[in-house]
Design a protein around this ligand. Structure first.
Ligand code: UD1
Ligand code: CA
Length: 522
């Protein structure tokens, strides 16, 4: 996972920090309905895991301490957290005895502090940092003992209901399974995100019962206890109810992915990026794009990918951890860990693998795969090639179907092609080998020795023509018939086609090195 960076649309602006804060993230549950070997909170969603999103939303609170309660898949969750949120601590809740129990376990694991405790369910990935901040600030400004984030939803099924008195004050939160029919009709739900005064939370947690339908210690019961003790509690209503959506199965996860993608796409379009088909554009929260970048349809931008100003990516492009320079074009391509320089051109149908580096205005064309190689400024690999473990100098031209033969079955070896060198089509450059600056390689060569600067490297065998071979050995075929007819009307000058041809580099650029005469053999 990448470091969590701020984006224009997730509102992770820094806040002033009036009180000591502790963040507790609840992530011990199994998520049974995901039906997955992967713990629920580790499911990925556009650049972060579910729990990664929650931690990112809490990050601007600048909490003194952050504790994640782990249980199911604790080892995997802990290992993931060490990567994405190394400053967060974890505490094991060996048995999932309820959300209240989970918070109790969390607070017992950290030094007792005054201040605010923010509790966030680990499965609400669309939560915005601004919303958490507003909740906490409202809570602290009001001097409340507890404040719950609520939302008005069309379908409250399965969620805890906010139960208010006639005056509209919070009385309690009731789980659906414990609710009366009247309470069930309430559409104002508990989002599972709270701010508490640390001391009063600790006191109330000590009084939780398990007298409910699930026999669990419910964190939500803290509110009823606080109200009963005459402590001030508050409800903070989220402006955007989609932020409070939880994720219980993969259908919901897909729904969240759609919502988040829309939010991300809208954010980039508002900051000056053209997205031609938002419905088929999937941009991770960790990606950045510059002004006047164009994203064409069916494009996925993932990980630490960045797209420079006025670059065009898509249609049909997947970029993972890839840098695209200003004004570059990437069309129907897949790139992982690559760097595409300013004004460079990639595709259609190209595959860039880790450490593929294209310098300014370099070209990687159709059906070309590049791995761990540098392609110099203005250099071209236009067609049907494999480039692995190579350094290609500026303005070199690599003809169609050139293979950088980098692997001998045991080890990988490097190939260097000098500046403005010209490698003819269908060449194998068998590494380790070096083609000097300005050197040529004749088409169809298998190069095993260095070609000095300015020299022509050629390894082709002289061509032979065995006259009438088809008439003798393929008699009765349509080829033989055509040959017979052609021979009857006069032979074409056979020497024209034989012998040293052009190096055959692509793009009509031709070269006619005199590499030996064609032979005939009858
Ligand atoms: C909880 C709330 C409900 C609210 C809903 C919002 C309670 C009792 N109910 O219900 O009012 O509307 O969230 O989504 O809190 N967890 C632990 N340890 C446990 C139990 C749960 O860490 O012992 C974690 C889960 O991994 C999850 C979070 O707490 O991330 C919420 O638990 P879950 O079982 O999903 O609670 P809900 O039934 O959804
Ligand atoms: Ca839940």
């Amino acid at each position: 996972m990448r470091p969590q960076t701020a984006h224009p649309f997730d509102g992770s602006s820094l806040v002033s920090q009036p009180r000591a804060r502790t963040v507790v993230v609840l992530a011990a549950g199994e998520g049974k309905r995901m039906k997955s070997a992967l713990p629920k909170v580790l499911h990925p969603l556009l650049g972060r895991t579910l729990v990664g999103h929650v931690l990112a939303a809490a990050e601007p609170l600048a909490a003194e301490q952050t504790v994640v309660v782990v249980g199911h898949g604790a080892d995997r969750v802990t290992a993931h957290l060490a990567e994405v949120a190394p400053s967060a601590g974890t505490v094991l809740q060996a048995e999932q005895l309820g959300t209240g129990h989970a918070v109790r376990v969390a607070l017992e694991s950290v030094p007792e502090r005054a201040g605010t405790v923010v509790v966030i369910n680990g499965d609400v990935p669309l939560l915005r940092a601004d919303t958490v901040r507003a909740l906490v600030e409202a809570h602290e400004a009001a001097g409340a003992a507890g404040t719950v984030l609520a939302a008005e939803v069309a379908d409250p099924t399965g969620l805890g209901r906010i139960v208010r008195d006639e005056a509209g004050r919070l009385e309690q939160i009731v789980e659906e399974r414990d609710a009366t029919p009247v309470q069930r009709a309430v559409r104002e739900i508990n989002a599972g995100i709270y701010a508490f005064d640390a001391g009063r939370l600790r006191a109330a947690l000590g009084k939780l019962s398990t007298d409910n339908d699930q026999g669990e210690e419910y964190l939500t019961d803290v509110f009823g206890l606080l109200v009963g003790a005459g402590e001030p509690v508050a409800v903070h209503v989220a402006a955007d109810a989609t932020e409070t959506l939880g994720c219980n199965d993969r259908v919901e996860l897909a729904g969240l992915r759609r919502l988040l993608a829309d939010r991300i796409n809208d954010g980039w379009m508002r900051s000056g990026v053209t997205i031609l088909d938002p419905a088929s554009t999937w941009i991770d929260v960790t990606v950045t794009l510059e002004r006047d970048a164009v994203v064409d349809q069916n494009t996925q931008l993932q990980g630490s990918t960045t797209v420079g100003a006025e670059a065009t990516v898509g249609p049909d492009v997947t970029l993972v951890d890839t840098v695209v320079g200003a004004g570059a074009t990437v069309l129907r391509a897949h790139a992982v860990g690559a760097e595409i320089g300013p004004g460079a051109s990639v595709g259609p149908y190209a595959y860039l693998r880790p450490e593929a580096t294209l310098r300014e205005k370099a070209k990687v064309g159709t059906f070309v795969e590049v791995k761990k190689s540098e392609i110099g400024a203005g250099a071209k690999v236009p067609h049907l090639s494999y480039v692995g473990d190579a350094t290609i100098g500026a303005r070199a031209n690599i003809g169609a179907a050139t293979i950088f033969v980098n692997y001998d079955g045991v080890a990988k070896h490097h190939t260097t092609v000098g500046e403005a060198a010209f490698v003819g089509c269908d060449t194998s450059l068998i590494a380790p080998v070096e083609v000097g600056a300005g050197a040529y390689v004749a088409a169809g060569s298998a190069i095993t020795q260095d070609v000095p600067p300015g020299a022509l490297g050629v390894t082709r065998a002289p061509q032979r023509a065995i006259d009438n071979w088809v008439l003798r050995r393929r008699a009765g075929t349509r080829s033989a018939e055509a040959a017979r007819a052609a021979l009857a009307t006069g032979r074409p000058e056979s020497g024209d086609a034989a012998g040293a041809g052009p190096t055959g580099a692509a793009g009509g650029e031709s070269a006619h090195p005199d590499t030996g005469s064609g032979g005939r053999d009858s």
